[in-house]
Structure formats: structure tokens, C-alpha cells
Write a protein that binds this ligand. Sequence first.
Ligand code: ADP
Ligand code: MG
Length: 538
Amino acid sequence: MSLLAETESIVKQFEFTDNDVNKSVKEFLRQMDEGLEKDGTSLSQIPTYVTGVPKGTEKGLYMAVDLGGTNFRVCSVKLNGDTTFNITSDKVAVPKELMRAKKAEELFAFLALQIKKFLEKHHGDHFEAHIRRRMTVSSPDGYRDEHVFHMGFTFSFPVQQVGINKGTLIRWTKGFDIPDAIGKDVCALLQTEIDKLHLPVKVAALVNDTVGTLMAYSYTSPGSHGAVLGAIFGTGTNGAYVEKLSNLKKPLVGEYDTSTGDMVINIEWGSFDNQLNVLPNTPWDEALDKETPNPGIQMYEKRVSGMFLGELLRLVIIDLMKNPNVSLFRDENSSTNDRRSTTDIAETSDLYKPWGIDTSILSHAAGDHTPKLSVLRDTLQENLQISAPAYEDAQAFKAIAGAIGRRAARLAAVAIGAVVLKSGRLSDGTNDPIDVGVDGSLVENYPYFEDMIYEALRVIDGIGEEGAKRIRIGLAQDGSGVGAALIALVARTMEKNAPTDEVLGELRTEAKAAGSKDTAAATTAVSDESDKPGVTSA
Ligand code: ADP
Ligand code: MG
């Protein structure tokens, strides 16, 4: 078989037909319901204790921190109450040795110290006023709650959440390993270290990044309804949505506000259909699963997200190169190659290393529309040490990468479509937009990822052309900072039953008296390159 024919046959195996999409949506809805009824199902459907989404009118100054796999980000967010916000943020890499510290205390003390530095740098006046007050107050805990920053803590590791600011660490992932922390409440661990430094900060909310995305997008997207879904397509994939409390059949342990009748649910959809009732399963999906530390788990994520698509492509390419009947990335001599050079791969090429190629190469492949694919061929040469790849090689690579990316986008549409259907919004008798906030490098950077999602949404029974037009997918800007701040606000409101625009009243008066220094800081002092100073998003 020729390279072309072999490539076509592989591409075919990655096809995910309209019929497959529809079957999968039905199964997704079934597994969602199952997860609302009991524990131990493939979709965990974890209640987040957040019982509503913002309207865009929320006001106040909040703090947010985000411990991801690599960086620790500290920010203060001023919600202006008109769907806009100002954000000030600093980012620091977590030292490798702290990721494997003996005691949890070592890591959390480092985090608290970064919060202290941030406050000194950006909110100096408030910080000093607080220290002064502490010195003059007779009882050590005599200072009032109003002086305290309420902070949302985005913690991107698996936790068993039992309250809006309480959750125990189930296990570490992404290279962290501090056994001492397992089973402990991560909010309490952070609060203890904050208190040791006498910082005016309360860990008010524990936030999952999907929930942050949902909140941030609801706040910034104008409309009579909040967003129905917040979704991540980055290293991993997951989503959070708003569910009716009455549909949540399994017991809830912690306290929560029942007045809205809603509960935000963290679907944990990376594990959709671990049993493979409907998910596609090529020989390369099987091979990839065997290479992971958790075979049989996160089966949807392994077909959709950034951590896996590059490896999936690598496995297919390696297989194709081993095929004696086709010639991929090799030729007899320089005369057969349009670059007049013999194609060769360095033995040290990342193509030969498990997990050696990054998903961004799929984006490069999809984005190259030059007549002879010269951009992709240069990328192959630079990134994978393939010297003088032929046009035919690049064509095969692009076709296979494209098939993997397209299948991922169509699978993404399954989850999005199912949640939109579940929301009931399509039959609300209006023509209002149905907002879906998304975040993550894959959806942000893969060319036409969103278009391919829409293409699949249009063929879903119950959505169709008309329904798909109403679905408005948008990137949640600064999702983790704004989302965590909004959840801190929700927590604060629950605590005090205070109207949302009254929170931190005293602090704002103070800020005004000091010539609105906080606002000034928000528009100038940004040291994280990815954050735009004084972002006003609408
Ligand atoms: P996180 O999920 O840790 O918050 P990101 O949203 O940045 O971080 O996602 C990182 C993932 O996105 C990695 O798996 C990486 O391979 C993938 N990625 C990075 N850049 C691109 C790109 N240009 N196209 C597709 N995937 C990308
Ligand atoms: Mg992220």
C-alpha cells in the first residue's frame, strides 16, 4: 500500500461520525444522571457548594491565588459591578524541591510568603494599616473581619470538597509528592501559614478551575442569564455547570445556600465513559492508555486533551514508519526528494521518546496552508530533528494530526452539547444566547478547534442548526483570577448575608481616602506578562 492509501486508512480510523456524536451525547446525558444519583460512577458530578453564577453587577476587591502544576499566581481583583474588572497579579515558579517537600507546611509557608510579598508590593497602605491596627488592639483576634481580604484559592489537584472553603487532598498529580498533605484540608493548611505571618487574608473559597471559568464568563458576558458551562481544554479537560438542586439525588455533607435552588457541579468529565460504551478506541488509543500510570481511567481526557494528543500522534507515526510497505521520513537518495536531500531522522529525535512530542505540533500542522507545507516541514526539521522531510511526508503527518485534532474537537462537542441539552435552555422559548466559557491552551490555540466543535454541535439531535447558532462559546479572560475572586465573594455573602456590593465596605472607604491607590495599582502594577494591565473586558 502506498503512503497515501495507508494514511487514508488511518485517518478513517479516527473518524467520529455524526451518528457517533449523537450516540455519545445520549450516553453522556445518561452518565451525568447516574453521577447525580450516587458516588463511584464514571462522571463524579461533584457538588462545589457554589449555588449560583454572577450577574456582572458584583462589586468589591478580592484576592485570588492559583496553584497549578508549575506556577503560583497571586492576584487582587477589583470587580467594578458593570461586567468589567481590574486585575493585579504576580506569578512565581514553585521551586522543584517544594513539590516534594517532607512536610506540607514547607510548601504552604512558601505560598503564604508570596501572598505577603504581593500585599506589601501592591496593597502597601492597607497592609500597614492592618499591622498598625493589630498592634493597638488589645486582644490578638480583636481586629474586625471587614479589614480582611477574602481570597479564592484555585487548587488544581483532586480534592474531596466538603464546603465552600474546605476540601481534603485526595492525591497529588503533575509531579507533586508531599504525602504529609494527603487527607488534609488544603484551605486550612494555607490559612495556618497565612496566620503565622499575621496577614489580613482569609481563605474564603476553594475553587476548581472549571468553576472559576464558569463564574468569570458569567460575570463578563452580558445577558439575562449566566453561562451554562465552564470548560477547560488544556493539559486536561473538564467542565462545570449549573444544576437544579432537586436533580442532585446523592447526599450533600457540608452547608450551602439553598435559596437559589441551584448548585454548580464539577462534572470531572475527563473520566466520561471509562467503560468505553461509546468512546472510539483505536489500537493507538489502547497503546497510549497502557503507557499511562492510570490505565482505564480518564479515558475521555486521553482522547481530547493537550497532555495526550501529541503522544497519540507520535504512536501512530512510529507505527507507520515501521510499516515496510510505505516510506515515511526516509528515502533512497537525494534525487527522490523535492528538497534534493535524503530524509533522515536523528536517533535522538523526540519522535522516539515516549511523551516526546508536544500537542502544539498538531496546531502547527493544522495551521500550515502553504502549497508545499514548507512551514510544517521546517517545524519537523527543527522540533523533531527530521532532516529534509518530503512534501509527501508532511502531507501524511498533517492528515493524521488533523484527524486526531478533529476527533478531539468532535468529542469536545459531545460534552458541550450534552450539557447545553441538560440545561433545558434550548426550549426556554427565547432566542437568547447560551453562554459557554472555555479556557486552556488547546482550545485557545488549535486552529479551527471551535469551528469543528460547532460543526458537530449542529448535527446533534435537539440542537441542530438553529440551536447551535444560540450557543455562544467564548474564552474566559483571566478566568482563574476573576473566577476565584467571584467565588470568594459568594462565600463572603453566604457568611454575612451581606448584599454583594457592600462587602469590604470599610476597605473600599479606606482605599478612597488613600486616593484610590488600590485602583491605581490595578492599572499599573502587573508583572505577569500574560496579564493585561487594567483589563476591562466586556
Ligand atoms: P493548564 O492546563 O496546566 O492550565 P494550559 O491551558 O496552558 O495549561 O494547557 C497546556 C497544554 O496545552 C499542554 O498539554 C500543551 O501540550 C498544550 N498546548 C500548548 N500550546 C498548544 C498549542 N499551540 N496547540 C495545542 N496545544 C497546546
Ligand atoms: Mg489552566
